[in-house]
Design a binder for this molecule. Structure first.
Ligand code: ADP
Length: 388
């Protein structure tokens, strides 16, 4: 079975054609959708990057098709057997992957208010692949499903009953990556019983997850993917009083305030740009705003790991994943360096290395791991499981 996995993010579209052995025959990404898009396609050991205009995710799906047509594999000659879609928000409705039909599409549409940046791109990608590969079953794999094991105490906001009855509760996100990383970390540690793992998925969106014995017990995103860690353009934790305050003082309407929370906060709000690598370079060159922004990021991460170790009653492994988690040795060094209380210590040479690995020293009381985010492969596996 070959599974075409489509992972539609807020401004990116990642894809992979996963072969029967679980490895990607081809993969790629359309970046900066709506802002002079760029397409990178990898297949047969080669990699091509071209500018490719994509005003929206439907356009990005066309660029993906063109990349396959130009560089292979030929999806017309050998279409995928299954198409899998990552969908950020499945609410409480989807406890696992769902074979896509009209009902499932409607449910994903109904959940748009909870993930306005993410569910619409997934719907556009689903529409495109239903039209392009009408013979292949299509499966939605949800980022929220893994967190349905969260205890009531962790999902409940202390707000009036009418708000809770209207649906105000915590859902979490990034569950596909958290589940996969926690399982891989436990395997690398020899599957200790009841393994207590904290996963930090740090990309443009970022979240932390506390996992006990393979089940999510706490996570940093909430009703929407706005809560928790500092992200590229989202603030993470915020006193809810901030929003009415700035609306009054600055005279912002609701839409402007909401737009600032989704698109103008986080690293972008603090230092004018959302790209962590660019910001790190600026901080190294002495830029004060970039340095201050990184301080906020590190402080928030240290608070979360400490709190999650407390929730888990100890820590066996701390995992860094996502573009930032995998590639910023400096960030890992700062976070781990501030967590001496937990007895964590890095091996500097391993921290500077590459690939999936343990980066803690022999003296560290818990393992620290760097794992490549492999959401596409996890989605492919979930699709095949869903189809039996
Ligand atoms: P997404 O959430 O869109 O999937 P990714 O997981 O691809 O995001 O992560 C993107 C982030 O990773 C960007 O902020 C980017 O700057 C950062 N990043 C990528 N490579 C590096 C690197 N070598 N050093 C620091 N940050 C990096």
């Amino acid at each position: 079975m070959r599974v075409l996995v489509v992972n539609a993010g807020s401004s990116t579209l990642k894809y992979a054609l996963v072969g029967p052995g679980g490895d990607a025959e081809a993969s790629g990404v359309v970046e900066r959708i709506g802002d002079g898009a760029r397409v990178t396609h990898r297949a047969g050991g080669g990699e091509w990057t071209v500018a490719g205009d994509a005003a929206d995710h439907a356009g990005a799906m066309e660029r993906m098709s063109e990349a396959f047509a130009a560089h292979g594999p030929d999806l017309d000659a050998a279409p995928p057997d299954v198409v899998g879609h990552r969908v950020v928000h499945g609410g409480t409705r989807f406890a696992g992957p769902a074979v896509i039909d009209d009902d499932v599409v409607r449910a994903i549409e109904e959940l748009v208010p909870l993930a306005p940046l993410h569910n619409p791109p997934a719907l556009a990608a689903i529409a495109a692949t239903l039209a392009r590969f009408p013979g292949a079953p299509q499966v939605a794999v949800f980022d929220t499903s893994f967190h349905l094991t969260l205890p009531a105490a962790a999902v409940t906001y202390a707000v009036p009953g009418s708000w809770r009855r209207a649906g105000a509760r915590r859902h979490g996100a990034h569950g596909i990556s958290h589940e996969d990383c926690a399982a891989r970390a436990a395997r690398m540690l020899g599957d200790p019983p009841g393994a207590r793992v904290v996963v930090l998925h740090l990309g443009n969106g970022a979240s932390a997850c506390a996992v006990r014995d393979g089940a999510s017990v706490e996570t940093s995103m909430g009703l929407t993917p706005l809560e928790g860690l500092v992200m590229g353009t989202r603030p993470g934790d915020l006193d809810p009083g901030v929003v009415p305050y700035v609306r009054r003082v600055l005279g912002l309407d609701e839409a402007a305030a909401e737009d600032a929370l989704w698109h103008g906060s986080g690293l972008k709000g603090l230092a004018g740009e959302s790209d962590f690598r660019a910001l790190s370079a600026r901080a190294e060159a002495g830029d004060g705003d970039a340095t201050a922004a990184l301080d906020v990021v590190v402080h928030r991460l240290v608070k979360y790991v400490g709190a999650y170790a407390a929730v888990l009653g100890g820590l066996d492994a701390l995992v860094f994943t996502g573009g930032i988690g995998e590639h910023s040795a400096a960030l890992r060094a700062r976070v781990v360096g501030a967590l001496g209380l937990l007895g964590l210590a890095l091996d500097d040479a391993a921290n500077a290395g590459e690939g999936d690995r343990v980066v803690s020293s022999a003296a560290s009381l818990a393992a620290v791991l760097v794992l490549e985010a492999r959401e596409e492969r996890a989605i492919a596996r979930a699709c095949l499981a869903a189809l039996g």
